[in-house]
Design a protein around this ligand. Structure first.
Ligand SMILES: NC(=O)c1ccc[n+]([C@@H]2O[C@H](COP(=O)([O-])OP(=O)(O)OC[C@H]3O[C@@H](n4cnc5c(N)ncnc54)[C@H](OP(=O)(O)O)[C@@H]3O)[C@@H](O)[C@H]2O)c1
Length: 339
């Protein structure tokens, strides 16, 4: 458990990555009470520095005693690194908020979206998991609807940006787009197919049941965060040539009837959500508008006329912020409140 202090020694592991960079920026923007910030990445980043509150902070490599004296560590360096280093950090008395998939479904580790289940932070044992980006923005919207109308089933299709894969994927989209516009041959290193001017119905590995790991993360993580195994959910996750911001088309079947207007009212009153829904004026959430924003945007709210109690929604959020860095920093802020 975190002890109450005026300021904390904070660290970001994976600081040079797409999410890590955003974590450093988010800590600064939100005036997180950091007495000191320590940054870690791989040997490839040795000698690099990153800016924080006007100072150049050196990027270090991880060692057994790296976490001594650190109060909170935000991890974003991939599952393999989290598997090894998160328990070492927790052993040193540091509270870890882990952004990788390593600990998410571990029953001894809380999986938290502060707007939905901050109460689960009470039982952490040193590691707290940050959910998958596409799950976070979905549950922020599902929870208020579940509370008033009880969700029976969800059908979700995602349109996920390349920043969800990390920095190398953003470079690949830029390079392929430039090559194609200059009549040069396209090279594929990060994805199995060309991502520029294309959509790939393939995120993470394929499993035996025909779904991808990303799709099953959405199914399993939703149940854990919402604390309700009875919600049925099926997902199709698609990578699209967008740099930043995940969009999702969601169909929800509820036990109780909720009109589109009632749903707008419920969502407008909920924390972390902006209802952006005036289709007659061409107003609906777009990835390019939502990039850099903290809230989850919802539009195209309408009743599903093919069933008795159904809604269709379009949900967009910045995957690097609410889908990753911001959610992790919000968890850390909640921990300070509880300290
Ligand atoms: N991108 C998203 O929207 C998103 C959302 C939710 C969760 N996540 C998760 O967040 C994690 C990072 O994602 P990302 O998109 O930021 O990836 P990324 O851009 O590829 O960054 C990876 C980071 O990990 C560091 N790293 C790699 N090997 C390391 C090692 N041996 N020791 C210490 N640091 C090491 C890298 O350092 P170098 O620069 O030195 O190589 C870099 O800072 C992944 O687990 C991912 O699943 C990502």
């Amino acid at each position: 458990m975190l002890k109450r202090k005026e300021k904390y020694v904070v660290s970001v592991v994976g600081a040079t990555g797409a999410v890590g960079n955003e974590m450093v920026a988010t800590l600064e923007e939100r005036n997180f009470p950091a007495e000191k910030l320590r940054l870690f990445a791989s040997e490839r980043s040795e000698g690099k520095t990153l800016q924080f509150e006007g100072s150049d902070i050196p990027v270090e490599t991880l060692k057994e005693d790296s976490f001594r004296g650190i109060d909170i560590a935000l991890f974003s360096a991939g599952a393999e690194r989290s598997k090894i280093w998160a328990p070492i950090a927790a052993q040193s008395g540091c509270v870890v908020v882990d952004n990788s998939s390593q600990w998410r479904m571990d029953p001894t580790v809380p999986l938290v979206v502060p707007e939905v289940n901050s109460h689960d932070l009470k039982w952490h044992k040193g590691i707290i998991a940050n959910p998958n980006c596409s799950t976070i923005q979905m549950v922020v919207v599902l929870k208020p609807i579940h509370d008033v109308a009880r969700i029976k089933r969800v059908v979700v299709t995602t349109f996920q940006s390349v920043s969800g894969t990390g920095k190398k994927a953003m470079d690949e989209l830029l390079q392929q787009t430039t090559d194609l516009l200059n009549f040069r041959e396209v090279k594929c290193n990060v994805y199995p197919h060309q991502i520029a001017f294309n959509c790939l119905p393939h995120i993470d590995k394929f499993l035996e049941n025909g779904y991808t790991k990303e799709e099953m993360k959405m199914v399993n993580e939703t149940k854990k965060i919402m604390g309700d195994d009875s919600i049925r959910l099926t997902a199709t996750t698609v990578r699209v040539p967008v740099f930043r911001g995940h969009s999702e088309s969601i169909n929800i079947e509820t036990e109780k009837k909720l009109s589109a207007d009632e749903a707008r009212g419920v969502l407008s009153a909920a924390a972390g959500i902006v209802v952006f829904d005036a289709p007659e004026k061409n107003v609906y959430p777009l990835a390019i508008q939502v990039a850099g924003k903290d809230e989850t945007y919802v539009g195209r709210i309408r009743e599903d006329e093919s069933i008795q109690n159904g809604l269709n929604l379009w949900i967009v959020a910045d995957n690097l912020r609410k889908g990753a860095a911001l959610n992790a920093v919000q968890i850390a802020e909640k921990l300070l409140e509880m300290a």
